[in-house]
Design a protein around this ligand. Structure first.
Ligand SMILES: Nc1ncnc2c1ncn2[C@@H]1O[C@H](COP(=O)(O)OP(=O)(O)OP(=O)(O)O)[C@@H](O)[C@H]1O
Ligand SMILES: [Mg+2]
Length: 277
């Protein structure tokens, strides 16, 4: 029987006028976006603009303060813990902080979701994990401990683990961080080919403009608490919007803020420091 998602042509992930934040701090307002099967969507924006926060909304870790987050045709505000767990099994996530299991070797890290959610023979497990490690260039690193791999290798192990169950939606939070130029190019092509081959939807949070523009169907630019621009890579390249141009060209001066903004929480912390002197 087809799953509800594969039976519909609706977007795999959809945000309608969503606001997100922590405590009394609203990070993002009125965010609308959608990600469809087979699409690669790049999410870009300055440090602290709210990209990881958006990812947390998509996984249901963070509830929307306003608006609706729809994942696989289900409104996340209406899901209980068990339903959310079932939806999460259909997605793969590469977290910004790799989060590998340090007491397991590379093979077991990648095999972990399979052992949890699939019943495969030992031979099937071996072949599936080694093939996925092969795709990220680490087949022969299967036996290494996590402490024995480099930062960039650990990133690729985490990526292999995120896609091992061939999920319908994969969220990658900075998959290119710490990769050398060759690994970066290969990883970008891998993300594209997974979307093409499996028909999965991919969201790639990244600062790498050249590589993400080369593989993305749609790009969203997050800044100043909202979506500043979105469209196909060529459309954004052609944009005359000063914000878009400054971001794409990396100019130090312009409307894109560099400094973390002052907040009431910072001011009261600073006042307390003064009181201590
Ligand atoms: N758990 C949290 N509690 C409170 N504030 C948070 C929390 N996580 C993030 N923030 C704040 O929310 C804002 C957005 O953070 P987020 O991690 O989404 O940014 P980002 O765009 O992913 O940045 P980067 O590119 O540096 O990873 C920041 O101002 C950050 O300080
Ligand atoms: Mg982040």
């Amino acid at each position: 029987m087809p799953s509800p998602a594969s039976a519909s042509n609706n977007p795999v992930l959809r945000l309608d006028s969503v606001s997100l934040g922590y405590g009394d701090f609203t990070v993002l307002r009125d965010i609308s976006l959608e990600v469809s099967r087979g699409q690669v969507v790049a999410m870009m924006g300055g440090s602290g603009s709210g990209k990881t926060t958006l990812l947390r909304a998509a996984t249901g870790q963070l509830r929307a303060r306003a608006g609706v987050v729809t994942l696989f045709d289900q409104d996340l505000a209406q899901t209980d813990a068990r339903q959310l767990q079932a939806l999460r099994q259909r997605m793969g996530v590469l977290f910004q902080q790799g989060a590998l299991f340090t007491d397991l070797n590379v093979f077991e890290n990648v095999a972990f979701p399979l052992r949890e959610h699939a019943s495969l023979s030992q031979a099937e497990m071996l072949s599936r994990v080694l093939n996925t490690l092969d795709a990220v260039g680490l087949r022969c690193a299967a036996h290494l401990k996590v402490s024995e791999v480099s930062g960039g290798m650990a990133r690729r192990v985490a990526l292999a683990r995120a896609v091992i169950l061939e999920p319908e939606l994969v969220l990658y939070d900075e998959p290119f961080a710490g990769l050398d130029p060759i690994s970066l190019g290969i990883t970008a092509r891998l993300i594209r080919s997974l979307s093409d081959r499996l028909g999965c939807a991919s969201v790639v949070i990244t600062h790498d403009i050249a590589e993400s523009f080369a593989i993305a169907d749609q790009v969203y630019l997050v800044g100043q608490g909202c979506i500043k621009a979105h469209g196909a890579p060529a459309t954004l390249h052609a944009s005359t919007d000063p914000y878009v141009q400054q971001f794409l060209n990396g100019h130090p001066d312009g409307p894109v803020p560099f400094e973390y903004p002052s907040t009431p929480a910072f001011e009261s912390w600073l006042a307390r420091q003064g009181a201590l002197q």
